[in-house]
Structure formats: structure tokens, C-alpha cells
Design a protein around this ligand. Structure first.
Ligand SMILES: Nc1nc2c(ncn2[C@@H]2O[C@H](COP(=O)(O)OP(=O)(O)OP(=O)(O)O)[C@@H](O)[C@H]2O)c(=O)[nH]1
Ligand SMILES: [Mg+2]
Length: 331
């Protein structure tokens, strides 16, 4: 048995240390992390993954904290992944620390982990997706992913969730702008948090008007709007109901299975892009590195198209040879 298999066995048997070590390996892309993640797959598929997004300071962490507590009260195990948090969890409950348990309930079942930006573009959403697998294989009933909803990277991250809750603060012009910028499409449940502040009703109304366009988008799900006060826990039950009813919709219509299939397809393609990219980078290095190649382009000795064709050529030749020899696909 390899080290990785040992680690997976321990993780699956519910050892928090193994879970923490696994996520560290995932985050650092440590040698062997790919085999590790591959071994996790057969143990996944049971967790419900909820994405929570919204602009900075909207109250995401406070809300996630309350949500986790409520799930615990229902006897469910919960994992929280905070992606690139702009501020550590507060409220006396959660974390700041990368590997600590939440102290909310005094038990070990709310496992919180933050993920930071590592490596190249898109790396964070891949790492987050892999971390979700680790939580899932561990046996978490609910996995909540918190991310600041700003750019494409965040949108990619919340796509790994089955159900996405978008937080909005009352009367926040910025939030409404952000919603227009694409987050509107990915929200399944909209949460007007800080409902104790003035203007919450107006924001609900605005949101509801903006969502009109989505009512007939053919998906069969009408986004719900709930109001919460995360600091006091008011409205959390309504949020729980909305999340559960979206889950019910996903399961009863087959949308859940479809989402999973789409995610796996995307995952395979992402991995292939990474792998092919690495192979081609190696080819560039063998040609003296990218700067040397650019020198020749600048000197008009060659051009980007020709260079690209030359670099991809050895790969193409291998693929063609495979085809000629009609080797059956390897398993
Ligand atoms: N009045 C009021 N304040 C709230 C509510 N929810 C959160 N807050 C406060 O808003 C501030 C930000 O809360 P966070 O939970 O850290 O917000 P966040 O969205 O996680 O912030 P980032 O992770 O930094 O983007 C804190 O001071 C909270 O106490 C609420 O319902 N009402
Ligand atoms: Mg936060």
C-alpha cells in the first residue's frame, strides 16, 4: 500500500489529521497529490455542496457559521471551505487558522479550512474542487464553500457547488452591480442579509424585479429570496428550507446528476489542458526557453503561428503514430 492509499484509508475512516494532511497536499500540489485525489473519487458523491458568495463584508462568514451550527443541531456533519478569505472568520466561532476546528458547537464536526491562491490562473478552483472531494470522502454530510463573489475565478469556484446562495446587503448599489455582472445567473437562493438594517425590503423588491428574467429560463427552478440577520440567526431556518427545496428540485428533476456529469467533463478537460500545457512548456524549454523563441519572432526570423506549429508537432506525431498503429486505447 502506498503512502497515499494509507492516507486515504485514514481519511475515509474519519481521521481529521488525515483530512488536514490531504488538503495541505492538495493545496501545495505536493508530489503524489494527483494519485491521492484519484483515490478519493470512489468514496465521494454523498455530500451536499453549498456555495455561499457575495461582496466583501456582506456577512457570509457569520451566516455560514450559523448555518453550520444549525446543521450540527440536526445531527449532520459539516465542513466549511473559505476560499481566499479577505477576513478571517469572526463571531467567536470559526477560525482564522488554517487547520483548526470551529469551536461553535464545541464538537469536532465543523471542520473549517481556508484555501489560498496558489499557482497559476484557475489553480484555486481546481484545488477547491479537490478539497471538496476530500471533505466528501471523509463523510461530511454538508460542505459549505464561502467565496467573495467578484471575478471569473469565484464564479468557477461556486460552480463546484450543487446549490449557490448569493448574499446581498440592503441598499448596496455595489452588490446590485455585482449581481448584474454575472452572479445573478449562478444564484439559486438569494439572501438579503443584514435585514435588521434599513432598506432590506427595498433590496428584496429590487432583486425580485431583476430575477423576473430568470423565471422563464426553462430550468424549472425559480430562485428564492430570503431575508436573514446572520448576527442573531434570524431567518436561518427560512434559508435552510430554501436550500433544502433547491436540493429537492435538483434530485427530483435529474438536474443533480446532470450537473455532476458536466462537472466531471469539465474536470477532465481542465486536467488535460494542464497536462498538455506542461508537455508543451517542456518543448519550449528544449528550444532554449520562451525568451529565445520571442527573440527570433522579434527579429522576424519566424512568427508566433510557425513557432506554435513547430512546438506542437512532436505531440501531433505521437498521436498520429498511435492512430496508425491502431493500438487499442489503454485502460
Ligand atoms: N447588522 C448586521 N451586521 C451583520 C450581519 N451579518 C454580519 N454582520 C456584520 O458584518 C460584518 C462582516 O461580516 P462577515 O461575516 O465577516 O462578512 P463576510 O461576507 O464573510 O466578509 P468577507 O469574508 O471579508 O468578505 C461583521 O462585522 C458582522 O458582524 C447582520 O445580519 N446584521
Ligand atoms: Mg468571510
Amino acid at each position: 500500500m502506498s503512502d497515499g492509499e494509507d492516507l486515504v484509508a485514514e481519511l475515509v475512516s474519519g481521521k481529521y489529521r488525515a483530512l488536514a494532511r490531504t488538503i495541505t497536499k492538495i493545496e501545495n500540489r505536493s508530489p503524489g497529490y494527483r494519485d491521492l485525489v484519484a483515490d478519493l473519487h470512489e468514496h465521494t458523491g454523498d455530500a451536499e455542496v453549498i456555495g455561499v458568495t457575495g461582496s466583501p463584508g456582506a456577512g457570509k462568514s457569520t451566516l455560514v457559521d450559523k448555518l453550520a451550527l444549525r446543521y450540527r443541531e440536526k445531527g449532520l456533519s459539516v465542513g466549511v471551505i473559505a476560499v481566499d478569505p479577505s477576513s478571517p472568520y469572526t463571531g467567536g466561532a470559526v477560525l482564522g487558522d488554517r487547520v483548526r476546528m470551529a469551536s461553535t458547537t464545541g464538537d469536532m464536526d465543523v471542520f473549517v479550512r481556508s484555501m489560498g491562491a496558489r499557482g497559476q490562473l484557475g489553480g484555486l478552483s481546481t484545488a477547491t474542487g479537490d478539497a471538496i472531494k476530500a471533505f466528501d470522502a471523509f463523510g461530511m454530510d454538508r460542505i459549505v464553500v464561502e467565496t467573495v463573489g467578484a471575478g471569473q475565478n469565484e464564479v468557477d469556484i461556486v460552480r463546484t457547488a450543487d446549490t449557490v446562495a448569493v448574499l446581498v446587503q440592503p441598499e448596496s448599489g455595489d452588490d446590485i452591480q455585482m449581481l448584474k455582472a454575472g452572479i445573478l445567473e449562478i444564484g439559486d437562493v438569494f439572501v438579503v442579509n443584514k435585514a435588521d438594517m434599513a432598506g432590506a425590503d427595498r433590496t428584496v423588491k429590487q432583486l425580485s424585479e431583476m430575477l423576473e428574467g430568470r423565471r422563464d429560463d426553462g430550468s424549472g427552478w425559480e430562485p428564492e429570496i430570503v431575508e436573514t440577520v446572520a448576527t442573531s440567526g434570524e431567518g436561518i431556518d427560512g434559508l435552510l428550507e430554501a436550500l433544502a427545496s433547491h436540493r429537492e428540485y435538483l434530485e427530483s428533476t435529474g438536474a443533480l446528476a446532470e450537473k455532476a456529469r458536466a462537472r466531471y467533463a469539465e474536470e477532465v478537460r481542465t486536467l488535460l489542458r494542464e497536462d498538455a500545457g506542461e508537455l508543451l512548456e517542456g518543448e519550449i524549454d528544449r528550444r532554449g526557453g520562451i525568451e529565445a523563441v520571442v527573440d527570433r519572432i522579434v527579429a522576424r526570423e519566424t512568427d508566433p503561428y510557425t513557432v506554435a506549429a513547430e512546438i506542437v508537432e512532436p505531440l501531433e506525431r505521437c498521436v498520429e503514430r498511435e492512430e496508425r498503429e491502431e493500438t487499442p486505447p489503454r485502460r
